[in-house]
Design a protein around this ligand. Structure first.
Ligand SMILES: Cc1cc2nc3c(=O)[nH]c(=O)nc-3n(C[C@H](O)[C@H](O)[C@H](O)COP(=O)(O)OP(=O)(O)OC[C@H]3O[C@@H](n4cnc5c(N)ncnc54)[C@H](O)[C@@H]3O)c2cc1C
Length: 473
């Protein structure tokens, strides 16, 4: 491998080819620090041309490539395996905003720009780039598109796929495909852009993208409402959508009472509003082009009507931006509170909205029957049909012994997801973590079509091998 490494060094320069364990360290371990792989080298190209030459070199020497953006992925897609034969290609030096077209409402950015950088560039032009994740300070646009990221604004604006108009991609042979089109209509054959989005780096490397921008909402108001059940939460969702007048419902997040208990226990500085005890709560956000008073009135009116129709218990409406931020922080603290309570088994699943209540009731019961005392930490973007359906060990039990049952618990949850016509990965992708699970839940035909695409676009299987789909059944 020396000639390969030496040629990489010549191409990138000493500073941007990392080969010793100490400097490679952070690139080899996943965000949750559950896994550390090994690599021949970490390569940090400066721009698309350098990236293309690097990939051509990898192809010539048949060296496997692991693309990496911010390394915030949660399914082991961005870290190498144990073979030590792959290179990690970090895109973080490709970090320029190339253009912003305020009339077309588009921004063209390098793939290594962080999501926050793109949000800020849009904001500076009085526009909104609505993708929003808790990891936005570190995750990159290339990673967001490769995982088709979701987050908190999907309900109104869609996920990363719906926010992208064009791509620039370097193929596994090192060719550059310039598809940086800012078109909202373009029916000229197979949609290559849609193939690369969500491919988790298994078909090529995204080097730049054209993204959609939106007018900035003039006001956003937030409320927390108590509800008597998951069914009631979904009835409220439907009611607000049907009666919300001119304002957009931009978030509708389900939070179980147990989630709030955990936040209060581990993060007592996060004050939950004084609502009466209910099994579930929903965080509701309205956005509009009206001023704040008008938006607040719309929210109050619709919630009052919901109250009269017995769709909600008591409600707290944030009276200021600070109160609104506090409600969101409460929601975003659930993961940290759960982590502080101890290790747990996470499921990021999606279901048709009409199936959610039945899914939760049935699956909770099955888990209690088979793993008595399991604690359910259920929350999520329920307006998108996306649940974080996490399972913690029974109180005062041996957590490590409980974690040994992970495969059995996953099977109960995923089989139930399949019975309710859902997906075992709503947002995070398959990576290496769910690659084998998915074979059970997609049909043989669908798996074979995926393999066919993989083989056609990456015949030497050098792009992120071992992730998403294996070339052979
Ligand atoms: C605190 C926290 C909160 C999160 N919240 C959300 C959330 O709400 N919604 C959500 O969807 N996700 C969420 N995530 C997961 C993660 O942030 C997203 O998946 C994000 O899109 C990954 O971006 P990244 O740049 O870090 O990609 P990485 O982790 O570096 O890579 C992810 C995958 O994409 C591939 N990849 C990366 N860049 C490229 C590229 N340029 N071309 C081709 N392939 C590439 C990698 O090989 C890997 O398979 C969260 C993660 C954390 C840590």
């Amino acid at each position: 491998m020396m000639p390969f490494i030496e040629q990489c060094r010549q191409l990138l320069g000493d500073d941007y080819l990392l080969t010793d364990a100490a400097t490679m360290g952070g690139y080899l371990t996943d965000y949750r620090q559950r896994y550390t792989g090994r690599a021949l080298a970490v390569c940090r190209p400066a721009d698309t041309n350098e990236l293309a030459q690097l990939i051509a070199l990898c192809n010539q020497y048949q060296v496997a490539i692991v693309p990496q953006g911010g390394n915030t992925g949660l399914v082991l897609g961005s870290v190498p395996d144990q073979s030590g034969s792959a290179v990690v290609i970090s895109l973080r030096r490709l970090n320029q905003v190339r253009a912003l077209d305020p009339v077309n409402n588009t921004i063209t950015v390098d793939a290594g720009c962080t999501l926050q950088q793109v949000q800020q560039a849009a904001d500076a032009a009085n526009r909104l780039f609505p993708l929003s994740l808790a990891s936005e300070g570190s995750c990159t646009i290339g990673g967001n598109l490769s995982t088709n990221a979701g987050g908190t604004a999907v309900l109104h604006y869609g996920n990363a796929r719906e926010l992208c108009l064009g791509l620039e991609v370097v193929t596994p042979r090192g060719e550059i495909w310039n598809g940086l089109r800012g078109l909202r209509k373009d029916n000229t054959g197979y949609d290559l852009r849609d193939l690369y989005i969500g491919a988790e780096g298994t078909l090529g490397i995204i080097s730049a993208a054209v993204l959609k921008l939106f007018p900035k909402p003039q006001s956003q108001v937030t409320a927390l409402a108590a509800v008597s059940s998951v069914e009631a939460a979904l009835d409220l969702f439907h009611f607000i959508r049907s009666h919300g007048n001119d304002v957009a419902l931009t978030a509708f997040e389900l939070i179980s009472a147990y989630c709030l208990t955990l936040v209060q226990k581990h993060l007592p500085q996060m004050k939950a509003p004084p609502l009466t005890n209910h099994p579930y709560y929903v965080l509701i956000e309205f956005s509009s082009q009206q001023n704040e008073i008008a938006t607040m009135q719309s929210l109050e009116t619709v919630l009052q009507r919901a109250l009269q129709n017995n769709l909600t218990g008591d409600v707290v409406i944030a009276a200021s931006l600070a109160q609104s931020a506090a409600l969101w922080i409460l929601r975003e603290s659930i993961s940290d509170a759960q982590k502080a309570e101890g290790k747990n088994i996470k499921h990021d699943i999606s279901l048709p909205i009409s199936q959610i209540a039945e899914f939760i009731a049935e699956t909770d019961a099955q888990l209690q029957a088979q793993f008595p005392g399991s604690r359910m930490v259920t929350f999520g973007h329920v307006g998108d049909g996306n649940l974080h359906y996490n399972v913690s060990a029974p109180e005062n039990s041996d957590v490590d012994a409980f974690l040994l049952k992970q495969n059995q618990i996953n099977r109960v949850v995923y089989d139930s997801v399949a019975r309710h016509a859902g997906s075992i990965s709503a947002e995070h992708g398959l990576g290496a973590l769910k690659r084998d699970d998915i074979v059970r839940y997609k049909s043989a035909v669908e798996m074979q079509l995926m393999r066919t695409i993989k083989l056609a676009l990456d015949p030497n299987n050098i792009m992120n091998p071992g992730k998403v789909v294996m070339p052979q059944p």
